[in-house]
Design a protein around this ligand. Structure first.
Ligand code: HEM
Length: 198
């Protein structure tokens, strides 16, 4: 019975941890793009994102990570023989990468707060792909274990995930382009109004 309790809270921890990791980098995108705003909006926005990032990291993301790892240790102590399984060893390598990513996000957060991070919004968007890939790899390993499927359904699923990722990427690009076009036409309007009033 203990095993099921550990597994249930292991999964709750995973959900909380990933919610935090995904939202952290979204906030980094907004934080980086706040640099394009005029003052005093820029300072106000940056201060607000700094507070939100700190709270998200300390109150949601890190506790989610701790619960996931502590419950995983519970699972391993209840059934230590699982450690001999190949799937778990590969999963642990991906989890190690995820932990590096987690602490790297903490570092970025501190550097953004001191104005030492020059990453663009686009670079943060690309960074946000890393936990998605790790999530897919880890969950597939945890569910299929040593029998990772390679049949047509598996390739269909991989294709679907790929198409979804490309669609999201293209949509984000289109939104950015629309925003730029709108800003350019607004600037033109302002210029015209100024010329007419002089
Ligand atoms: C700290 C490192 C981790 C260890 C040692 C670990 C270990 C385990 C173990 C022993 C199980 C039970 C397997 C079973 O009874 O079938 C499990 C289940 C699971 N783990 Fe992890 N895990 C870790 C991190 C993660 C992470 C980061 C994720 C998600 C990204 C994850 C996702 C899952 C899922 C979805 C299951 C349920 C699989 C099922 O019941 O079919 N684990 N984990």
């Amino acid at each position: 019975m203990a095993y099921y309790w550990f597994k249930a809270f292991h999964l709750i921890g995973v959900v909380v941890w990933f919610a935090g990791l995904f939202y952290m980098v979204r906030l980094f995108v907004y934080h980086a793009e706040a640099a394009q705003e005029p003052e005093p909006a820029q300072t106000i926005l940056k201060n607000q994102y700094e507070i939100m990032e700190k709270r998200l990291y300390n109150i949601i993301t890190t506790p989610g990570m701790v619960v996931t790892v502590v419950m995983a240790i519970g699972l391993l102590t209840t059934e230590p023989e699982v450690l001999k399984d190949g799937w778990l060893q590969i999963k642990l390598a991906f989890v190690a990468a995820l932990l590096v990513y987690h602490f790297y996000c903490g570092r970025i957060m501190r550097r953004l707060a001191t104005g030492q991070c020059n990453w663009s919004g686009q670079q943060f968007r690309a960074l946000n792909e890393a936990p998605t890939l790790l999530l897919v790899a880890i969950v597939l390993l945890a569910v299929f274990k040593n029998n990772l499927p390679t049949d047509i359904t598996a390739w269909g699923m991989i294709g679907m995930v790929f198409v979804m990722a490309v669609t999201i990427h293209l949509y984000a690009k289109k939104r950015k382009r629309d925003k730029e076009i709108l800003a350019a036409s607004q600037a033109k309007d302002d210029e015209l109004t100024e010329q007419l009033s002089t």
